[in-house]
Design a protein around this ligand. Structure first.
Ligand SMILES: [Zn+2]
Length: 302
């Protein structure tokens, strides 16, 4: 039994009149209701008792007036997550959750010429400036609650890169890949996976090329990279399914694809926690296409 649960159970026994003990400070704190898995890279949505506040990773978690919140766990999140809940009355309890570790795809590439691995120093100032712009957009803490929607894939296609994978060039580790890549021809439409507000729209960043960031609220954002065309502007409101951009191979990309990333503030999270498996979506698409074909045939017969 978890300690907090046990303590609440004890207090219930006490309240039942068996014996009277001073009520402990954490006895009156309700455990948050959580939807999601405690795993590295995960995105969890939940609800607190009204009026309670929540602390996680040294920050106060944004909570809506009706108690809703979202959290994210980074790629290398340690084995235990601690949520601290405080009531308006000043009671406080730590709730602990074991975090499932994940195994990430590791690729070792030898004999890579050094100059293709590291960017030319003359671009460093630009790279730093663009990184700062992205960081600002991901820090946005709005009270939107679009993170509560059922998300959908921004486009349907073959997954060509997964979250967390890492390459070693000549034995040296590179930054892990934090997005999910979907291969598609240049010009393929990218749709908003959920409602949101555009917080960054940049035609050509050094690494990520055409880049869009959409805020879904309370720290959760989507980033779309290597776009050939941006169809929305900074500050624009988007609805789920709206056309927001077109796939490209801009920035550092070996071929046209969409790189979709998600952040909960500075925690880089895995978007696939919010959408159905791509294999299912592809199978549904095929079934729908077959149905269309047989409907056409029926029409021809008639
Ligand atoms: Zn990618």
């Amino acid at each position: 039994m978890k300690l907090a649960v046990w303590k609440r159970w004890l207090c219930r026994v006490v309240a039942g009149g068996v014996l009277v003990l001073p009520v402990s400070a954490y006895a009156n704190v309700s455990k948050p209701v959580i939807d999601g898995v405690w795993a590295q890279g995960s995105i969890l949505r939940g609800q607190l008792a009204r009026g309670d506040s929540l602390y996680f990773l040294d920050r106060q978690v944004p909570v809506s007036s009706d108690g809703y919140f979202v959290l994210g766990l980074g790629r290398d999140f340690p084995e235990t997550a601690t949520l601290t809940v405080k009531t308006a009355a000043g009671d406080s309890t730590d709730f602990q959750y074991p975090v499932q570790p994940r195994e990430y795809k590791i690729q070792r590439v030898e004999g890579v010429p050094a100059k293709t691995v590291n960017p030319d120093p003359k671009y460093l100032a630009r790279i730093r400036e663009e990184g700062a712009q992205v960081a600002v957009a991901r820090k946005v803490n709005s009270d939107l609650q679009h993170y509560r929607q059922a998300f959908q894939w921004p486009l349907v296609g073959r997954i060509s890169g997964v979250y967390g994978s890492q390459r070693f060039y000549n034995g040296e580790p590179r930054r892990p890949h934090y997005g999910v890549d979907v291969a598609a021809p240049t010009g393929t439409v990218v749709r908003a996976p959920a409602d949101g507000i555009v917080t960054l729209s940049h035609k050509g960043m050094f690494f990520s090329g055409g880049t869009l960031i959409v805020d879904h609220g309370q720290g959760l954002s989507s980033t779309f990279m290597h776009l050939s065309k941006l169809l929305v502007e900074d500050g624009q409101e988007v609805r789920q399914g709206d056309k927001i951009a077109e796939v490209g191979a801009t920035g550092r990309a070996t071929g046209p694809h969409l790189d979709w990333r998600m952040n909960w503030f500075d925690q880089r999270v895995d978007p696939t926690f919010l959408v159905p498996p791509m294999s299912e979506v592809l199978a549904e698409d095929r079934a729908a296409a077959n149905q269309d074909k047989s409907a056409d045939k029926t029409k021809q017969v008639q």
